[in-house]
Design a protein around this ligand. Structure first.
Ligand SMILES: [Zn+2]
Length: 341
């Protein structure tokens, strides 16, 4: 009985995969190559349709250092079509990971562009002193809407569990293959906070960190100021109370684009609105991840703690080395002496 069930299960899987490939072909004209383990590869079009192949070359000698996660907003079929429709502006990403949508199972991974090539998924963007993340990043698109606004209320969609499991496996493979550092697994919102809000506050960053060791996060013994100080030593202290200037410096040191703060032509109101967008990206990824009702609002001591703790844990070592002259200045970094408070 068990064997029969198991065989039926295998038949079912094979049928689902064949159906999926056939449906993709019917709806998009795209042929997928089956790589096994629920993974597929986009088969480039023939020459006569080569305008549908949105591949670019990375700048010569450019290393792949970063992964950027996105929500597609559209369905898997509309996404594949858009990523190969030949229209300007070109849009594409290296991977598309499905969620369960009608006949489409969640957790299928489609490679649209091999990572050594460049895809167009994060332009314009800026992070840690570098613009155009397309040049050095791998783009992964999660099929899904992310959120919907109804009047003033923003509702977030829960990510598909099969999709997240498949993403974790994909991320682990890419991290290993390209030696991606934890601080370089980012959301589109992190690198374009004034324009983009994907992936959302409900994206399970914490689960990826705790279950799979992916990205930046804090362990149980790192959730207090004393815990961080004991474990890492501190190049400078955390203020007792929330200090806006300190928090802004931390966000800048973590790599966010805060250059607008020095724009003498911008009004105080414009700057406040831009800071609010940077806060939103930081909350979603770190200090308020999973807390959908707190996706915006004024920062507090806890947000400040997270920014400080992550910076000390992941980034301060580089600056300490730098101050001892062991390597060149980190791009986009600010001399640590400025923040001795
Ligand atoms: Zn995006």
């Amino acid at each position: 009985m068990l064997n029969i069930n198991f065989l039926c299960f295998l038949c079912f899987c094979a049928a689902v995969n064949a159906d999926f490939k056939q449906t993709v072909y019917t709806k998009t004209g795209i042929t997928l190559k089956d790589l096994g383990e629920k993974q597929y590869q986009f088969v480039p079009f023939e020459e006569r349709q080569s305008h549908r192949n949105h591949y670019f070359m990375r700048p010569e000698g450019q290393a792949v250092t970063t992964i950027i996660l996105h929500d597609t907003v559209g369905t898997v079929f509309s996404t594949l079509n858009r990523f190969s429709d030949g229209k300007e502006p070109a849009l594409n990403a290296h991977y598309v990971v499905t969620r369960k949508e009608g006949v489409v199972p969640g957790g299928l991974v489609i490679e649209m562009v091999p990572p050594p090539l460049m895809a167009q998924h994060a332009w314009p963007s800026w992070f840690r002193g570098k613009d155009d993340a397309n040049q050095y990043a791998i783009g992964i698109e999660l099929v899904g809407k992310g959120f919907v606004d109804q009047g003033r209320k923003r509702s977030f969609y829960v990510y598909d569990s099969g999709q997240i499991k498949a993403l974790a496996v994909l991320l682990a493979r890419l991290v290993k293959e390209y030696a991606i550092r934890p601080e370089n697994i980012l959301s589109h919102g992190d690198v374009s906070p004034q324009r983009k809000y994907d992936v959302t506050i409900l994206f399970p960053w914490r689960e990826l960190y705790e279950k799979y060791g992916l990205g930046m996060g804090l362990d149980g013994d790192e959730r207090t100021k004393m815990g961080i100080m004991k474990k890492y030593g501190v190049p400078f202290a955390l203020p007792e109370k929330f200090n806006e200037m300190f928090f802004h410096k931390m966000l800048t040191l973590l790599g966010y684009d805060t250059r607008f703060a020095d724009d003498h032509d911008a009004s105080a109101g414009e700057k406040r609105a831009k800071w609010a967008n940077v806060y939103q990206a930081f909350y979603a990824h770190y200090s308020r991840n999973g807390q959908e009702t707190r996706w915006r609002g004024k920062p507090d001591q806890r947000d400040q703690f997270w920014a400080w703790a992550l910076w000390v844990k992941y980034c301060a070592k580089d600056l300490q080395k730098e101050s001892r002259g062991e390597n060149g200045p980190a791009q986009g970094s600010v001399p640590v002496g400025e923040f001795m408070i």
